[in-house]
Design a protein around this ligand. Structure first.
Ligand SMILES: [Zn+2]
Length: 84
């Protein structure tokens, strides 16, 4: 059973801000992205650049299973510029 309140909260969060996702790479670097697609793209780019031996070894589901949702706050403005 899913409480109604969680749905409402989720919709409000999405409307206010793009979801921010983070993932701590095994090398210690924290990768972040805007939305699930953004994080998957950031991780794949990092793997290709830093860990070519495992580049392409993880699909989106694998990556998102390790990801955590970041709190949305004013810093998302700076990140939005960075992601361009
Ligand atoms: Zn890494």
């Amino acid at each position: 059973m899913r409480p109604k309140d969680s749905n409402v909260h989720e919709e409000q969060t999405r409307a206010a801000n793009i979801d921010r996702w983070g993932l701590r790479c095994r090398c210690g670097l924290e990768l972040t992205g805007s939305g699930e697609d953004g994080l998957v793209g950031a991780v794949n780019a990092h793997l290709t650049d830093r860990h070519p031996s495992v580049a392409g070894a993880y699909n989106a589901d694998d990556i998102l299973a390790l990801a955590y949702r970041l709190p949305t706050s004013s810093f998302s403005v700076a990140v939005a510029k960075e992601s361009v």
